[in-house]
Ligand binder design. Structure first.
Ligand SMILES: NC(=O)c1ccc[n+]([C@@H]2O[C@H](COP(=O)([O-])OP(=O)(O)OC[C@H]3O[C@@H](n4cnc5c(N)ncnc54)[C@H](O)[C@@H]3O)[C@@H](O)[C@H]2O)c1
Ligand SMILES: O=C(O)[C@H](O)COP(=O)(O)O
Length: 387
């Protein structure tokens, strides 16, 4: 029986992929084999030593100590693209909400008082304060052209906007999926100087923290609209509030409320709703549940942020899964240990990623505890499982 600990609400559609005869799933459980979570902050939280895999039912993994998990030989899985449409729709909504002053207009309407004919009069005299502008012909800058950025770029283009994008590490897959009308910016500063709207779809890492600061805000067009559905920390909020007060920025729409932002009249904060649709929650949960169960049962690795992609069809009688340091002669030592136990190798795959290497070996016979112990004792081996 595998034990799965959930640290956030994970969609039932995903949990149903873990059959009750093989999996015990609970939000409180001792010695879990794997953890499923969404935005729960795992930093400064003690991850039990029994954990063999972590599945993030979503995109961002900045809430998970990925480097520490790599040192332990534990893969961290996520669900690339599974919530991209949900975020794209919210970004489009955010552009429209900002451009048409919808929050301000709605607030005005909700506070109207008097008989209906009096309300009608106030509507007609007050609406001039909420006149907005339209999207076609305006330029949207998209920073980060991954699963979400590409969908946002294509949607904005379909709405008649000019779109420019920047991503120094764009993948071939993203490039194929993106409209050829999306213009490539020479860099962040080039993009910022030419955009009426700027939206961010990058992970929060050292290189992206406070990517938008006071200096960069000065280099932007007047009345720019900023949209942050990426992560708190990508934008220096204090600098944006200053730029809003100076009239440089028109509106700031983001998914990360704070005391500084939540009541500002030109800031629209939403409670981290980017991926909160039934469709996205189901997609993410199904994807990570499948990935984690395939890893626990077969050792296969798909969509891990710290492990190489490894898939091998089951063959032979038993399978050995070894995580080790990416140094010479590990494979030699593993196969010698198997040979010393009289085990014949049926199939084998070995892949590396950064400082880690991962090996699956299918053998004809049963792998003994003694053999597993010998491999586990080899210098550089981080974990060994018999499956
Ligand atoms: N608000 C939400 O609910 C919500 C939902 C999903 C994702 N997110 C956030 O959005 C981020 C992006 O998600 P995704 O699914 O598109 O991820 P992704 O990995 O598919 O795309 C991220 C892209 O950013 C690019 N990138 C990295 N550093 C960059 C830089 N300095 N400049 C420009 N581009 C850079 C990468 O090359 C990659 O193409 C996630 O990491 C997460 O933090 C938020
Ligand atoms: O990175 C993500 O996928 C989003 O921020 C969604 O987070 P959530 O799963 O907590 O809604």
């Amino acid at each position: 029986m595998y034990k799965i600990l959930t640290l956030n609400n994970i969609s039932v559609a995903g949990l149903e992929r873990l059959p009750r005869d093989k999996y015990e799933v609970a939000s409180e459980i001792q010695h879990p084999d794997a953890i499923l979570l969404r935005s729960f902050n795992m930093h400064n939280w003690e991850i039990p030593s029994s954990v063999k895999a972590i599945g993030r039912a979503g995109a961002g993994v900045n809430n998970i100590p990925v480097d520490d998990m790599s040192k332990r030989g534990v893969p961290v899985f996520n669900a690339p693209g599974a919530n991209a449409n949900a975020v794209k729709e919210l970004v489009v909504a955010g552009m429209l909400i900002a451009a048409r002053n919808l929050c301000q207009g709605w607030s005005f309407a909700r506070n109207l008082e008097g008989e209906d004919n009096e309300i009608s009069k106030q509507v007609e005299s007050g609406k001039k304060h909420f006149a907005g502008f339209e999207l076609p012909g305006r330029t949207l800058g998209v920073i980060g052209l991954g699963a979400i950025g590409v969908q946002v770029a294509n949607a904005a283009h379909a709405l008649g906007m000019n779109v420019i994008g920047y991503d120094p590490d764009i993948t071939v897959q993203s490039a194929w999926q993106m409209s050829s009308d999306v213009e490539q910016a020479a860099g962040v500063d080039d993009l910022l100087s030419r955009s009426d709207f700027v939206t961010f779809h990058v992970p929060l890492v050292d290189a992206t923290r406070h990517m938008i600061n006071e200096e960069r805000l000065h280099s932007m067009r007047d009345n720019v609209v900023l949209l942050n559905f990426s992560r708190n920390g990508i934008i220096d909020d204090e600098a944006v509030v200053k730029a809003l007060e100076e009239g440089k920025v028109y509106s700031y729409v983001c998914d990360f409320p704070s005391n500084l932002l939540k009541d500002h009249p030109r800031v629209i904060t939403l409670p981290h709703l980017g991926a909160s649709t039934k469709e996205a929650e189901d997609n993410c949960a199904i994807m990570v549940a499948d990935q984690v169960s395939d890893f626990l049962e077969n050792g296969n690795v798909r969509n891990s942020v710290n492990f190489p992609k490894v898939y091998m069809k089951r063959g032979g009688k038993s399978r050995l899964a070894v995580v080790n340091a990416n140094v010479p002669n590990m494979l030699g030592q593993i196969s010698t240990s198997l040979a010393e136990s009289g085990l014949n190798i049926v199939d084998m795959i070995n892949k590396s990623r950064g400082e880690l290497a991962y090996t699956l070996v299918d053998v004809e016979g049963e792998i003994t505890q003694e053999c597993t112990d010998r491999i586990a004792a080899t210098e550089g081996v981080l974990s060994v499982r018999t499956l």
